[in-house]
Design a protein around this ligand. Structure first.
Ligand code: AMP
Length: 211
């Protein structure tokens, strides 16, 4: 899944996990897990996450490569938030080719900036199960509580307005060039991410089934 922060990549990747059985790999979630467990990787990554900057490519690629060799990835995965630079895309392509594997498609979820800022600053997550809510587009049934386990929802540190603006700037300079990179490879499918979640979901599932 390719797209700006807040485009809905994580929500749609979760839907693909449930409906198509692909393992959802979110590089952001992997980093946050390491930060909360205070692993060496987490300690290194934390300052980048706090500032909304990208973690260096070599560290990120190694973390994702270590994840995709696990048995639950054998049937295929959906990447969310990775790759985010051309160097990461090239490293991923080369690593997959070595294993006789490939990227089947890249779904670009497009959402305009003004909606991204609104969405990110209205995003709340459950600290225990990672469920993501949005006060504007996908509110919890009971205000401030997770639908699944009733825990109090929290905001991500990097969903504060200043960090959100920095993350969007980083997306435009470092990640957006991947759109042309994957378009040139004939892999890009564009999805209008501004519609209601269910409509986006049906396009995403159809696009993946066609792949
Ligand atoms: P996300 O949850 O995808 O918005 O990612 C949160 C933060 O994790 C980003 O702002 C970066 O600091 C870091 N991060 C996630 N994925 C990557 C990646 N592919 N390359 C570098 N940094 C990343």
């Amino acid at each position: 899944m390719l797209g700006a922060p807040g485009a809905g990549k994580g929500t749609q990747a979760e839907i693909l996990r449930e409906h198509v059985g692909l393992t959802h790999i979110s590089s952001g979630d992997l980093f946050r897990e390491n930060v909360s467990k205070q692993t060496p990787l987490g300690k290194l990554a934390k300052s980048y996450l706090d500032k909304g900057e990208l973690v260096p490519d070599d560290v990120t690629v190694q973390m994702v490569m270590d994840r995709i060799v696990k048995p639950d990835c054998a049937r295929g995965v959906v990447f969310d938030g990775f790759p985010r630079t051309e160097a990461q895309a090239k490293a991923l392509g080369a690593a997959l080719a070595k294993e006789g594997k490939q990227i089947n498609g890249v779904l670009l979820v497009s959402v305009r900036d003004e909606f991204l800022i609104q969405r990110l600053t209205a995003r709340w997550v459950c600290p225990t199960d990672g469920a993501v809510y949005n006060l504007l587009t996908n509110p919890p049934k009971v205000a401030g509580r997770c639908d699944k386990d009733g825990r109090a929802l929290e905001q991500r540190n990097d969903d504060q307005p200043d960090t959100v603006r920095r993350r969007l700037a980083v997306y435009y300079t470092q990640t957006k060039p991947l759109i042309e990179y994957y378009r040139a490879a004939g892999l890009l499918r564009e999805i209008d991410g501004e519609r209601e979640i269910g409509q986006v979901q049906s396009d995403v599932v159809k696009a993946v089934e066609r792949l």
